[in-house]
Design a protein around this ligand. Structure first.
Ligand code: ATP
Ligand code: MN
Length: 486
C-alpha cells in the first residue's frame, strides 16, 4: 500500500476516474462502501471517498481473498484497496480497479443508517453526523465549499480586504434581531447592584455581551481606513423563527465600501451574486447536474400549481445571464396594489405604503411580476435600521434588499448615514444609546465619507444554488430552536 507516498501524491477516486494516465497503474484507494454485489466468481464494490459524486467500481476475485473479509465488507464499511486501474468491461464507467489487496479499515454493522436507497431529508437531518456520506449532501457541501472559496476569490480580485469582526460583541444596538447573551456569571445566583439589577461589572468583560448578529458596524470602521473590506463569519440570532429560511447560527458575508453610493452598492451586489453563480455553473457541473435531476424529481411530485417552471440549472443560468429588476419600495407598493392577488384579497397581510414587505409580497414581485431577481430600494425609514442614509424626501432611506425566487430576501443593505448630525438625530429618535456606540459615531466626526455595504446570508445563497428547500440542509450542523444535537 502507498501510505508512504507524500500525501498529495496519493490518488483519490476523482483522480483515478479522471486522469487517464493512471490507467494500467497500480494504486491504492481508500473510501466507504456504497454498494456491494457478488456472485461465485466476482465481487463488485462501489467505493466513494467524497472527492467526487462518482463511485469507483472495485472488482475482486473472491477466491483470492479470505471469506471472512468479504463477509465484513458491508455498506458503510471503510476500506483501503490496492489494485490495478483498468478500462472497465461493464458499461456505466470508463475505468475500474482490479483489487489485489484489500484492507478493512472499519466494519459497518447491519444497523448502519445510510443504506443504498432514497432517504428523506428529515430522516437524514436526524442522522446529520452521517449524512455527509450521501450523494445529496456530498454534492451540497462540495458546492458550499466552492461558493465559500469563490467569495474570497471574488473580493480578493477586486481589491477588498478580509476583515475579521468580533463574534462576541459589547453592543446590543446592532438592531438586527434577538441576541444570545454571553456571560460567565452564575445564572442561578448572579451578583446584584444596589438597585437589585444584575451587576455586569462583575461579568467577564465588565459589561453585558452578546453573540454578534452582524459584523457591519465594526466592518464600517475597517472600511473607513482600508477602503474596501468584507467580513465572512458566523452570526447568531435568537429569534424563534422556525422557517425554512432562518437559522439561529448562520454565515454572513458583509462587504463595506468607502466612497460607494447606493447605486454602486447595487451594482456590486448584483455583480457579486451573478459571478458566484457563473462560477459554480463552470466548476460544479457534476454535482449541479445531480441536484438538478433531484430537484426535477421533487418538482414532479408537487401539485401542478406549485411546480416551478424552470429547472435548477435553468434558474441558475437565468440569473447568470439576466440583469436584476430594480424598483423603489414605493413602486413596489404600487405594483402590489394593482396586483390580482391584492384585488382578490388573496394576500394574508394588507398592503399599504409603510408596511414591511411580507414574504408573500416579495414572492409575488419576484416570481409573478418580474420573474427574475429584484432589487427593491428606498424603503420607509421607520421600518429600517438607524444607520441607513436618510433620503431628501424625509420619508425614506437609501436601503436596498435583493429578493430571489424561492428564497425571498437574500441580501439586505444600504448606503450608510455618514452625516454626524443626521445620524445622532436618528439614534436619539430610535432610542439607540449613544454611549454604547460612541466609536461608531466618531467615524462620522473625523473624516467621514459616503459609504455603503450589504449583508448576504451565505446559507440562503447555497439554498438557491443547490435548490435545497430547507436551510437546515445546506449547513453542516444546523442550529435552530430545540436543535443543537451535533
Ligand atoms: P429576514 O427578513 O429574512 O428575517 P433580515 O431582514 O432579518 O432577514 P438582515 O438583518 O438584513 O436580515 O440580514 C442580512 C441577510 O442575512 C439577509 O438578507 C439574509 O440573507 C440573511 N439572514 C438574516 N437572518 C437570517 C437567519 N436567521 N438565518 C439565515 N440567514 C439569515
Ligand atoms: Mn433585511
Amino acid at each position: 500500500m502507498d501510505t508512504r507516498l507524500p500525501i498529495f501524491e496519493r490518488p483519490n477516486v476523482r483522480k483515478a476516474l479522471e486522469d487517464s494516465s493512471l490507467v494500467g497503474q497500480t494504486l491504492t484507494l481508500r473510501g466507504w462502501v456504497r454498494t456491494k454485489r457478488e456472485n461465485k466468481n466476482v465481487v463488485f464494490i462501489n467505493l466513494n471517498d467524497g472527492s467526487t459524486l462518482k463511485n469507483i467500481q472495485i472488482v475482486a476475485d473472491p477466491t483470492q481473498h479470505d471469506d471472512e473479509l468479504f463477509r465484513k465488507i458491508t455498506v458503510g464499511a471503510s476500506l483501503a484497496i490496492e489494485g490495478k486501474l483498468v478500462p472497465s468491461q461493464g458499461s456505466g464507467q470508463a475505468v475500474e480497479m482490479e483489487a489485489a489487496k484489500i484492507v478493512l479499515l472499519g466494519e459497518s454493522p447491519q444497523d448502519y443508517a445510510i443504506q443504498p436507497k432514497k432517504h428523506s431529508l428529515e430522516f437524514l437531518r436526524e442522522k446529520a453526523h452521517m449524512r455527509f456520506r450521501t450523494n445529496t449532501f456530498g454534492a451540497v457541501f462540495r458546492i458550499r465549499h466552492a461558493l465559500a472559496f469563490a467569495v474570497h476569490q471574488y473580493f480578493h480580485q477586486h481589491g477588498f480586504f478580509y476583515l475579521h469582526t468580533p463574534i462576541i460583541t459589547g453592543s446590543d444596538a446592532e438592531g438586527a434581531g434577538e441576541m444570545f447573551k454571553v456571560t460567565t456569571l452564575p445564572f442561578d445566583n448572579p451578583p446584584r447592584d444596589e438597585e437589585g439589577r444584575i451587576d455586569f461589572r462583575e461579568d467577564f468583560f465588565g459589561k453585558p455581551t452578546n453573540l454578534t448578529v452582524s459584523g457591519q458596524l465594526e466592518g464600517e470602521l475597517g472600511a473607513m481606513g482600508l477602503g474596501l473590506i468584507y467580513t465572512f463569519g458566523p452570526t447568531f440570532r435568537a429569534e424563534n423563527s422556525n422557517t425554512t429560511r432562518h437559522l439561529a447560527e448562520f454565515w454572513m458575508i458583509e462587504p463595506e465600501m468607502a466612497f460607494y453610493d447606493l447605486q454602486d452598492n447595487m451594482e456590486l451586489a448584483e455583480d457579486f451574486i451573478r459571478s458566484l453563480v457563473k462560477g459554480v455553473l463552470r466548476h460544479c457541473t457534476e454535482d449541479l447536474a445531480f441536484l438538478d435531476a433531484r430537484a426535477a424529481e421533487e418538482n414532479n411530485q408537487k401539485p401542478q400549481a406549485e411546480r416551478s417552471t424552470m429547472g435548477l440549472l435553468e434558474r441558475l443560468q437565468f440569473v447568470a445571464e439576466n440583469a436584476f429588476a430594480r424598483v423603489t419600495y414605493t413602486e413596489a407598493i404600487e405594483i402590489l396594489l394593482n396586483s390580482t392577488p391584492h384585488k382578490k384579497k388573496k394576500f394574508q397581510y394588507p398592503i399599504q405604503w409603510g408596511i414591511d414587505l411580507q414574504s408573500e409580497h416579495e414572492r409575488y414581485l419576484v416570481e409573478k411580476h418580474f420573474q427574475k431577481p429584484v432589487i427593491v430600494s428606498d424603503y420607509p425609514k421607520d421600518i429600517k435600521a438607524f444607520y441607513m442614509r436618510q433620503n431628501d424626501d424625509g420619508k425614506t432611506v437609501a436601503a436596498m434588499d435583493v429578493l430571489f425566487p424561492g428564497i425571498g430576501e437574500i441580501i439586505g443593505g444600504s448606503q450608510r448615514e455618514e452625516r454626524y448630525d443626521k445620524l445622532r438625530e436618528r439614534m436619539q429618535a430610535m432610542h439607540i444609546p449613544e454611549e454604547e456606540l460612541w466609536w461608531y459615531l466618531e467615524t462620522r466626526k473625523y473624516g467621514t465619507v459616503p459609504h455603503s455595504g450589504f449583508g448576504l446570508g451565505f446559507e440562503r445563497l447555497v439554498q438557491f444554488v443547490t435548490g435545497m428547500g430547507n436551510i437546515r440542509d445546506v449547513i453542516p450542523f444546523p442550529r435552530y430552536p430545540n436543535g443543537a444535537e451535533f
